[in-house]
Design a protein around this ligand. Structure first.
Ligand SMILES: NC(=O)c1ccc[n+]([C@@H]2O[C@H](COP(=O)([O-])OP(=O)(O)OC[C@H]3O[C@@H](n4cnc5c(N)ncnc54)[C@H](OP(=O)(O)O)[C@@H]3O)[C@@H](O)[C@H]2O)c1
Length: 352
Protein backbone atom coordinates (compact mmCIF):
# COMPACT_ATOMS: atom_id res chain seq x y z
CA UNK A 1 0.00 0.00 0.00
CA UNK A 2 1.41 3.43 -0.84
CA UNK A 3 1.77 5.98 1.94
CA UNK A 4 -0.90 8.40 0.70
CA UNK A 5 -3.47 5.59 0.59
CA UNK A 6 -2.52 4.58 4.15
CA UNK A 7 -2.95 8.17 5.34
CA UNK A 8 -6.27 8.48 3.50
CA UNK A 9 -7.56 5.43 5.39
CA UNK A 10 -6.37 7.03 8.63
CA UNK A 11 -8.18 10.27 7.71
CA UNK A 12 -11.39 8.36 6.99
CA UNK A 13 -11.07 6.84 10.48
CA UNK A 14 -10.43 10.29 12.02
CA UNK A 15 -13.60 11.66 10.40
CA UNK A 16 -15.65 9.13 12.39
CA UNK A 17 -14.82 11.01 15.58
CA UNK A 18 -17.57 13.41 16.66
CA UNK A 19 -16.30 16.93 17.38
CA UNK A 20 -18.78 17.30 20.26
CA UNK A 21 -17.02 14.35 21.94
CA UNK A 22 -13.38 15.15 21.15
CA UNK A 23 -14.00 18.80 22.24
CA UNK A 24 -10.62 20.59 22.47
CA UNK A 25 -8.68 17.49 21.40
CA UNK A 26 -8.04 16.94 17.70
CA UNK A 27 -9.84 14.32 15.62
CA UNK A 28 -7.10 11.84 14.75
CA UNK A 29 -7.18 8.51 12.92
CA UNK A 30 -4.63 5.67 12.79
CA UNK A 31 -4.21 2.52 10.72
CA UNK A 32 -1.68 -0.32 11.21
CA UNK A 33 -0.65 -2.03 7.98
CA UNK A 34 1.64 -5.02 7.29
CA UNK A 35 2.27 -6.83 4.00
CA UNK A 36 -0.38 -4.65 2.33
CA UNK A 37 -3.02 -5.79 4.82
CA UNK A 38 -4.86 -3.40 7.13
CA UNK A 39 -4.46 -5.06 10.54
CA UNK A 40 -6.20 -2.47 12.71
CA UNK A 41 -7.95 0.90 12.62
CA UNK A 42 -8.57 3.35 15.45
CA UNK A 43 -9.50 6.94 16.13
CA UNK A 44 -9.60 9.29 19.08
CA UNK A 45 -13.18 9.02 20.27
CA UNK A 46 -13.54 11.34 23.22
CA UNK A 47 -11.79 14.06 25.18
CA UNK A 48 -9.64 12.46 27.86
CA UNK A 49 -9.94 9.03 26.19
CA UNK A 50 -7.33 6.85 24.46
CA UNK A 51 -5.58 8.41 21.46
CA UNK A 52 -6.05 7.07 17.91
CA UNK A 53 -2.75 5.11 17.80
CA UNK A 54 -3.60 3.36 21.06
CA UNK A 55 -7.10 2.47 19.90
CA UNK A 56 -5.67 0.99 16.67
CA UNK A 57 -3.08 -0.98 18.67
CA UNK A 58 -5.78 -2.43 20.92
CA UNK A 59 -7.71 -3.58 17.83
CA UNK A 60 -4.80 -5.79 16.71
CA UNK A 61 -5.35 -9.54 16.99
CA UNK A 62 -2.16 -9.74 19.10
CA UNK A 63 0.36 -7.10 20.23
CA UNK A 64 3.15 -8.90 18.35
CA UNK A 65 1.34 -8.23 15.02
CA UNK A 66 2.71 -4.66 15.23
CA UNK A 67 6.27 -5.93 14.79
CA UNK A 68 7.61 -4.81 11.43
CA UNK A 69 4.34 -3.03 10.56
CA UNK A 70 3.71 0.55 9.42
CA UNK A 71 1.57 2.91 11.47
CA UNK A 72 -0.28 5.57 9.48
CA UNK A 73 -1.52 8.42 11.63
CA UNK A 74 -3.07 11.74 10.57
CA UNK A 75 -1.35 13.81 13.31
CA UNK A 76 2.06 13.49 14.96
CA UNK A 77 1.93 11.19 18.02
CA UNK A 78 1.96 13.27 21.21
CA UNK A 79 5.22 13.68 23.08
CA UNK A 80 3.99 14.85 26.46
CA UNK A 81 2.18 13.02 29.22
CA UNK A 82 -1.25 14.66 29.60
CA UNK A 83 -4.58 13.03 30.33
CA UNK A 84 -3.02 9.83 28.91
CA UNK A 85 0.61 8.65 28.56
CA UNK A 86 2.70 10.17 25.73
CA UNK A 87 1.92 8.11 22.60
CA UNK A 88 5.39 8.60 21.07
CA UNK A 89 6.89 6.89 24.12
CA UNK A 90 4.39 4.01 24.18
CA UNK A 91 4.67 3.40 20.43
CA UNK A 92 8.46 2.95 20.69
CA UNK A 93 7.96 -0.45 22.31
CA UNK A 94 5.65 -1.93 19.67
CA UNK A 95 8.40 -3.01 17.24
CA UNK A 96 7.04 -0.95 14.32
CA UNK A 97 9.22 -0.60 11.22
CA UNK A 98 7.78 2.72 10.07
CA UNK A 99 5.50 5.52 11.15
CA UNK A 100 3.93 7.70 8.45
CA UNK A 101 2.48 10.96 9.78
CA UNK A 102 0.04 13.27 7.99
CA UNK A 103 1.01 16.48 9.76
CA UNK A 104 3.12 17.74 12.64
CA UNK A 105 1.21 18.70 15.78
CA UNK A 106 0.71 22.51 15.88
CA UNK A 107 0.79 22.35 19.68
CA UNK A 108 4.30 23.58 20.59
CA UNK A 109 4.46 21.01 23.42
CA UNK A 110 4.59 18.23 20.82
CA UNK A 111 5.55 19.92 17.50
CA UNK A 112 8.45 17.86 16.12
CA UNK A 113 9.12 16.18 19.48
CA UNK A 114 6.95 13.15 18.75
CA UNK A 115 8.94 12.57 15.54
CA UNK A 116 12.24 13.01 17.41
CA UNK A 117 11.30 10.47 20.07
CA UNK A 118 10.30 7.87 17.49
CA UNK A 119 13.43 8.40 15.39
CA UNK A 120 15.61 8.19 18.49
CA UNK A 121 14.13 4.72 19.02
CA UNK A 122 15.32 3.66 15.54
CA UNK A 123 11.90 3.84 13.85
CA UNK A 124 11.79 5.21 10.30
CA UNK A 125 9.45 8.25 10.35
CA UNK A 126 8.02 10.16 7.38
CA UNK A 127 5.88 13.32 7.59
CA UNK A 128 3.91 13.87 4.39
CA UNK A 129 2.29 17.25 5.19
CA UNK A 130 -1.20 16.22 4.05
CA UNK A 131 -4.10 18.58 4.74
CA UNK A 132 -6.57 16.14 6.33
CA UNK A 133 -5.75 16.91 9.95
CA UNK A 134 -6.05 20.67 9.36
CA UNK A 135 -9.39 20.23 7.56
CA UNK A 136 -10.73 18.05 10.37
CA UNK A 137 -9.54 20.30 13.20
CA UNK A 138 -9.84 23.98 12.24
CA UNK A 139 -10.20 25.18 15.84
CA UNK A 140 -7.23 23.15 17.10
CA UNK A 141 -4.97 24.64 14.40
CA UNK A 142 -6.35 28.17 14.80
CA UNK A 143 -5.70 28.15 18.54
CA UNK A 144 -2.22 26.63 18.51
CA UNK A 145 -0.95 28.59 15.49
CA UNK A 146 -2.65 31.97 16.01
CA UNK A 147 -3.11 31.83 19.84
CA UNK A 148 -6.71 32.95 19.37
CA UNK A 149 -9.96 30.99 19.47
CA UNK A 150 -11.83 29.80 16.41
CA UNK A 151 -15.08 31.79 16.11
CA UNK A 152 -18.37 30.26 15.03
CA UNK A 153 -21.40 32.53 14.73
CA UNK A 154 -24.89 31.04 15.03
CA UNK A 155 -28.36 32.48 14.59
CA UNK A 156 -31.85 31.05 14.12
CA UNK A 157 -34.41 32.90 12.06
CA UNK A 158 -37.86 32.46 10.61
CA UNK A 159 -38.38 31.65 6.94
CA UNK A 160 -38.85 35.37 6.32
CA UNK A 161 -35.75 36.41 8.26
CA UNK A 162 -36.88 37.41 11.77
CA UNK A 163 -35.04 36.32 14.93
CA UNK A 164 -37.95 37.16 17.24
CA UNK A 165 -41.59 38.13 16.72
CA UNK A 166 -41.66 41.18 18.99
CA UNK A 167 -38.78 43.46 20.06
CA UNK A 168 -38.07 42.87 23.74
CA UNK A 169 -39.54 39.36 23.80
CA UNK A 170 -38.14 35.91 23.23
CA UNK A 171 -39.57 33.81 20.38
CA UNK A 172 -39.12 30.11 19.81
CA UNK A 173 -37.90 29.74 16.24
CA UNK A 174 -36.59 26.19 15.83
CA UNK A 175 -38.01 22.79 16.78
CA UNK A 176 -36.53 20.15 19.11
CA UNK A 177 -34.62 18.39 16.31
CA UNK A 178 -32.79 21.57 15.27
CA UNK A 179 -32.27 22.46 18.94
CA UNK A 180 -30.43 19.17 19.46
CA UNK A 181 -28.13 20.08 16.58
CA UNK A 182 -27.44 23.42 18.32
CA UNK A 183 -26.57 21.59 21.55
CA UNK A 184 -24.14 19.38 19.62
CA UNK A 185 -22.56 22.53 18.18
CA UNK A 186 -22.30 24.06 21.66
CA UNK A 187 -20.58 20.94 22.98
CA UNK A 188 -17.65 21.52 20.59
CA UNK A 189 -16.79 24.93 22.00
CA UNK A 190 -14.77 26.20 24.95
CA UNK A 191 -17.08 29.21 25.39
CA UNK A 192 -20.45 30.57 24.24
CA UNK A 193 -20.99 34.33 23.87
CA UNK A 194 -24.20 36.39 23.81
CA UNK A 195 -24.92 40.11 23.74
CA UNK A 196 -26.39 41.88 26.75
CA UNK A 197 -29.78 42.40 25.10
CA UNK A 198 -30.12 38.68 24.47
CA UNK A 199 -29.01 38.00 28.05
CA UNK A 200 -31.70 40.33 29.42
CA UNK A 201 -34.53 39.22 27.16
CA UNK A 202 -33.91 35.54 26.59
CA UNK A 203 -32.19 34.76 29.91
CA UNK A 204 -30.47 31.86 28.14
CA UNK A 205 -28.91 29.02 30.10
CA UNK A 206 -26.40 28.46 27.27
CA UNK A 207 -25.64 24.98 28.58
CA UNK A 208 -25.23 21.80 26.57
CA UNK A 209 -28.26 19.59 27.07
CA UNK A 210 -29.32 16.19 25.66
CA UNK A 211 -25.71 15.38 24.66
CA UNK A 212 -23.60 13.03 26.80
CA UNK A 213 -20.47 14.98 27.72
CA UNK A 214 -17.12 13.69 28.99
CA UNK A 215 -15.82 17.26 29.22
CA UNK A 216 -16.88 20.40 31.04
CA UNK A 217 -19.71 22.71 30.00
CA UNK A 218 -18.57 25.66 27.87
CA UNK A 219 -17.75 28.91 29.68
CA UNK A 220 -20.72 31.30 29.41
CA UNK A 221 -19.79 34.81 28.29
CA UNK A 222 -21.86 38.00 27.93
CA UNK A 223 -20.69 41.15 26.18
CA UNK A 224 -22.21 44.16 27.93
CA UNK A 225 -20.39 47.18 26.54
CA UNK A 226 -22.37 49.85 28.42
CA UNK A 227 -22.66 47.85 31.63
CA UNK A 228 -26.44 47.44 31.74
CA UNK A 229 -26.04 44.30 33.84
CA UNK A 230 -24.11 46.14 36.58
CA UNK A 231 -27.09 46.10 38.96
CA UNK A 232 -28.19 42.53 38.33
CA UNK A 233 -28.05 40.32 41.46
CA UNK A 234 -24.61 38.66 41.72
CA UNK A 235 -26.26 35.22 41.77
CA UNK A 236 -27.61 35.77 38.25
CA UNK A 237 -24.12 36.40 36.89
CA UNK A 238 -22.50 33.56 38.82
CA UNK A 239 -20.31 31.42 36.52
CA UNK A 240 -20.60 33.97 33.69
CA UNK A 241 -17.67 35.92 32.33
CA UNK A 242 -18.72 39.50 31.51
CA UNK A 243 -16.89 41.95 29.22
CA UNK A 244 -17.73 45.64 29.60
CA UNK A 245 -16.40 49.13 28.89
CA UNK A 246 -17.96 50.32 32.17
CA UNK A 247 -14.89 50.72 34.43
CA UNK A 248 -16.91 50.68 37.65
CA UNK A 249 -18.75 47.48 36.71
CA UNK A 250 -15.38 45.95 35.78
CA UNK A 251 -14.38 46.09 39.47
CA UNK A 252 -16.75 43.18 40.17
CA UNK A 253 -15.55 39.56 40.15
CA UNK A 254 -15.65 37.83 36.72
CA UNK A 255 -16.21 41.18 34.99
CA UNK A 256 -13.41 42.17 32.60
CA UNK A 257 -12.74 45.66 31.28
CA UNK A 258 -12.98 45.73 27.47
CA UNK A 259 -10.24 48.08 26.42
CA UNK A 260 -9.71 46.92 22.84
CA UNK A 261 -13.23 46.17 21.54
CA UNK A 262 -14.26 42.77 20.26
CA UNK A 263 -10.72 41.85 19.06
CA UNK A 264 -9.60 42.46 22.65
CA UNK A 265 -12.33 40.14 23.96
CA UNK A 266 -11.26 37.38 21.59
CA UNK A 267 -7.58 37.87 22.46
CA UNK A 268 -8.42 37.71 26.17
CA UNK A 269 -10.44 34.50 25.72
CA UNK A 270 -7.41 33.06 23.88
CA UNK A 271 -5.18 33.98 26.83
CA UNK A 272 -7.65 32.17 29.08
CA UNK A 273 -7.07 29.01 27.02
CA UNK A 274 -10.37 29.08 25.10
CA UNK A 275 -9.76 27.17 21.87
CA UNK A 276 -13.05 27.97 20.18
CA UNK A 277 -16.06 30.17 20.85
CA UNK A 278 -19.63 30.19 19.57
CA UNK A 279 -21.42 33.52 19.28
CA UNK A 280 -25.14 32.93 19.70
CA UNK A 281 -26.43 36.42 18.98
CA UNK A 282 -28.30 38.55 19.01
CA UNK A 283 -28.14 40.03 15.54
CA UNK A 284 -26.53 43.32 16.69
CA UNK A 285 -23.56 41.55 18.23
CA UNK A 286 -23.31 39.18 15.27
CA UNK A 287 -23.21 42.07 12.81
CA UNK A 288 -20.36 43.58 14.83
CA UNK A 289 -18.41 40.31 14.64
CA UNK A 290 -19.08 40.09 10.90
CA UNK A 291 -18.04 43.70 10.26
CA UNK A 292 -14.83 43.22 12.24
CA UNK A 293 -14.04 40.08 10.18
CA UNK A 294 -13.92 38.27 13.52
CA UNK A 295 -15.41 34.98 12.40
CA UNK A 296 -14.37 31.73 10.78
CA UNK A 297 -17.71 30.02 10.31
CA UNK A 298 -21.37 31.00 10.55
CA UNK A 299 -24.42 28.77 10.96
CA UNK A 300 -27.86 30.11 10.10
CA UNK A 301 -30.82 27.91 11.06
CA UNK A 302 -33.81 28.93 8.97
CA UNK A 303 -37.12 27.47 10.13
CA UNK A 304 -39.87 26.66 7.63
CA UNK A 305 -42.32 28.76 9.63
CA UNK A 306 -43.01 32.49 9.18
CA UNK A 307 -43.23 35.31 11.72
CA UNK A 308 -45.54 38.18 10.84
CA UNK A 309 -43.09 40.82 12.06
CA UNK A 310 -40.24 41.37 14.49
CA UNK A 311 -36.49 41.78 14.89
CA UNK A 312 -34.57 41.23 11.64
CA UNK A 313 -31.87 38.61 11.39
CA UNK A 314 -28.76 38.90 9.25
CA UNK A 315 -27.91 38.39 5.60
CA UNK A 316 -24.40 37.25 4.74
CA UNK A 317 -22.70 38.75 1.68
CA UNK A 318 -21.74 35.32 0.30
CA UNK A 319 -23.33 32.02 -0.66
CA UNK A 320 -23.43 29.17 1.87
CA UNK A 321 -20.70 26.54 1.62
CA UNK A 322 -23.00 23.80 2.87
CA UNK A 323 -26.77 23.38 3.28
CA UNK A 324 -28.29 20.69 5.44
CA UNK A 325 -31.90 19.84 6.09
CA UNK A 326 -32.64 19.18 9.78
CA UNK A 327 -36.31 18.26 10.11
CA UNK A 328 -38.30 21.51 9.65
CA UNK A 329 -35.19 23.67 9.52
CA UNK A 330 -32.54 24.40 6.92
CA UNK A 331 -29.02 24.84 8.28
CA UNK A 332 -26.71 26.93 6.15
CA UNK A 333 -23.01 26.91 6.90
CA UNK A 334 -20.79 29.74 5.71
CA UNK A 335 -16.99 29.66 5.83
CA UNK A 336 -15.14 32.98 5.96
CA UNK A 337 -12.98 32.48 2.89
CA UNK A 338 -11.04 35.68 3.53
CA UNK A 339 -9.81 34.47 6.93
CA UNK A 340 -9.25 30.91 5.65
CA UNK A 341 -6.98 32.26 2.89
CA UNK A 342 -5.01 34.41 5.36
CA UNK A 343 -4.50 31.43 7.63
CA UNK A 344 -3.26 29.30 4.75
CA UNK A 345 -0.77 32.01 3.76
CA UNK A 346 0.58 32.32 7.30
CA UNK A 347 1.25 28.60 7.74
CA UNK A 348 4.60 27.79 9.28
CA UNK A 349 6.99 25.82 7.05
CA UNK A 350 7.19 22.14 7.85
CA UNK A 351 10.27 21.34 9.95
CA UNK A 352 11.08 17.64 10.44
N1 LIG B 1 -33.12 33.68 16.94
C1 LIG B 1 -31.91 33.70 17.46
O1 LIG B 1 -31.04 32.88 17.11
C2 LIG B 1 -31.60 34.73 18.50
C3 LIG B 1 -30.40 34.62 19.20
C4 LIG B 1 -30.10 35.59 20.13
C5 LIG B 1 -30.98 36.63 20.34
N2 LIG B 1 -32.14 36.69 19.66
C6 LIG B 1 -33.06 37.81 19.85
O2 LIG B 1 -32.34 38.97 19.46
C7 LIG B 1 -32.79 40.07 20.24
C8 LIG B 1 -31.61 40.74 20.91
O3 LIG B 1 -30.63 41.02 19.96
P1 LIG B 1 -30.05 42.48 19.74
O4 LIG B 1 -29.47 42.49 18.39
O5 LIG B 1 -31.10 43.47 20.07
O6 LIG B 1 -28.93 42.62 20.87
P2 LIG B 1 -27.67 41.69 21.24
O7 LIG B 1 -26.91 41.44 20.01
O8 LIG B 1 -28.11 40.55 22.07
O9 LIG B 1 -26.89 42.65 22.21
C9 LIG B 1 -26.15 43.69 21.78
C10 LIG B 1 -24.92 43.82 22.70
O10 LIG B 1 -23.76 43.77 21.93
C11 LIG B 1 -22.97 44.90 22.20
N3 LIG B 1 -22.25 45.30 20.99
C12 LIG B 1 -22.74 45.54 19.78
N4 LIG B 1 -21.75 45.89 18.95
C13 LIG B 1 -20.62 45.86 19.66
C14 LIG B 1 -19.26 46.14 19.35
N5 LIG B 1 -18.87 46.52 18.14
N6 LIG B 1 -18.36 45.99 20.30
C15 LIG B 1 -18.73 45.63 21.53
N7 LIG B 1 -20.01 45.36 21.89
C16 LIG B 1 -20.93 45.48 20.95
C17 LIG B 1 -23.95 45.94 22.62
O11 LIG B 1 -23.28 46.96 23.29
P3 LIG B 1 -23.97 48.28 23.88
O12 LIG B 1 -24.00 48.04 25.35
O13 LIG B 1 -23.06 49.40 23.53
O14 LIG B 1 -25.32 48.38 23.27
C18 LIG B 1 -24.87 45.11 23.46
O15 LIG B 1 -24.31 44.89 24.73
C19 LIG B 1 -33.76 39.51 21.24
O16 LIG B 1 -35.06 39.71 20.77
C20 LIG B 1 -33.45 38.03 21.26
O17 LIG B 1 -34.57 37.28 21.62
C21 LIG B 1 -32.46 35.76 18.75
Amino acid sequence: MDDLTGLRLAAIAAAKAQPEQTFENPRVGAVIVKADQVLAVGWHERFGGAHAEMNAFHHLGAARDAQGATLYVTLEPCAVRGKVAACAETIRDWGLARVVIGDLDPNPATHGLGVQKLRAAGISVVVLDTDDSRQLNPAFYQYHEQHQPYIQLKLAQSHNGYVSAVRGQRSKITDAVADLDVHRQRARHSAIIVGSETWRIDQPRLTVRDVVLTHQQPQRVVIDRRGRLAHEPAARLKDWLVYTENAQFAQQPNVVLMSAGLPGVIADLGRRGMQSVMVEGGPTLMRSFLQAQLWHECLIYTADSLLANGVSGIVLPQLPDDIQRISHTQRQRYINQEVATCLQASRKPLVV
